[in-house]
Design a protein around this ligand. Structure first.
Ligand code: ATP
Ligand code: MG
Length: 259
């Protein structure tokens, strides 16, 4: 189920603005990869190219290749809707549908995919997804109450349950803990550790402790200045990136001596 990602010489544009230039990297299945780097260096932009969410912005486009298990996501025959099912995304702010129940929130992605399901199958999927997101015990007695009634950390786990309910192969997370308290943050980090047994996970984070706690590999992005494209500066095992990076800029960034 888990998939390998290979990016070859990717340039990412917003109209004529080259936001990210020349990224090549490989991500192994069942690993966690952290993207780090200063604000504006293109972490979110690059992340969104991994499930074709970038191109929903008018004028946005890419050059280069993103291969998932050898298949280029950007081949003209590929349906972006299928790509987004295969490569799920969790956002910075938990975004449950406020008027929907907890249960319907979990099923929202599956329903979008038009899957007709018996009530028993739906109930099973809800339980399995909430178990997978480590939320089941906290919500099993109130599945019909609104998702918006949960705490921020619970809402983020609900969004993760919604993402895994469609059985993706890769999960992208853009600063999934930045709106959460430290306890909820640790709960999400524990969950990422568990999800990695089944999924390939990529997480953007500004929290260096988090990157070093949760990830196997770390990619450091940087920009030379305003209006310049972001670039991948260094990519290696997380322990190497934090203890013995090859590039001075990486060392400055991970040790907090930056700017
Ligand atoms: N919708 C957009 N249209 C035009 N330019 C954009 C758009 N979104 C982002 N950019 C530009 O692309 C560059 C990279 O932005 P991006 O949001 O990817 O950075 P980031 O590394 O995720 O930053 P942060 O850490 O603040 O989230 C920035 O110069 C930004 O202004
Ligand atoms: Mg961002």
């Amino acid at each position: 189920m888990s998939k390998r990602i290979e990016v070859n010489d990717l340039n990412v544009y917003y109209s004529s603005f080259l936001a990210v230039e020349g990224v090549s990297l490989e991500i192994e299945p069942r690993t966690v990869t952290a993207f780090i780097g200063p604000s504006g260096c293109g972490k979110s932009t690059f992340l969104r190219t991994l499930n074709r969410m970038h191109e929903v912005i008018p004028g946005a486009r890419v050059q280069g290749e993103v291969l998932i298990d050898g298949n280029n996501l950007y081949d003209s025959a590929v349906d972006p809707v299928l790509v987004r099912r295969q490569v799920g995304m969790v956002f910075q702010r938990p975004n449950p549908f406020p008027t929907m129940s907890i249960k319907e929130n979990v099923l929202a992605g599956v329903r979008l995919n038009n899957k007709r399901m018996s009530k028993a199958d739906a109930d099973d999927l809800v339980e399995k997804s909430l178990q997978g997101a480590n939320l089941w015990n906290e919500v099993k007695d109130r599945l019909d109450r609104p998702g918006s009634g949960l705490s921020g950390g619970q809402q983020q786990r609900l969004c993760i349950a919604r993402t895994i309910a469609v059985s993706p192969e890769v999960i992208l997370m853009d600063e999934p803990c930045s709106a959460l308290d430290p306890i909820s943050t640790l709960a999400i980090e524990d969950l990422i550790e568990e999800l990695k047994q089944e999924y390939t996970i990529v997480i953007v984070t500004h929290n260096m402790q988090q990157a070093s706690r949760v990830s196997d590999k770390t990619a450091f992005f940087n920009i030379a200045g305003t209006g310049k494209p972001g670039k991948l500066i260094e990519y290696d095992d997380t322990t190497t990136m934090f203890s013995n990076p090859s590039v001075k800029a990486t060392e400055d960034y991970v040790s907090g001596r930056f700017g």
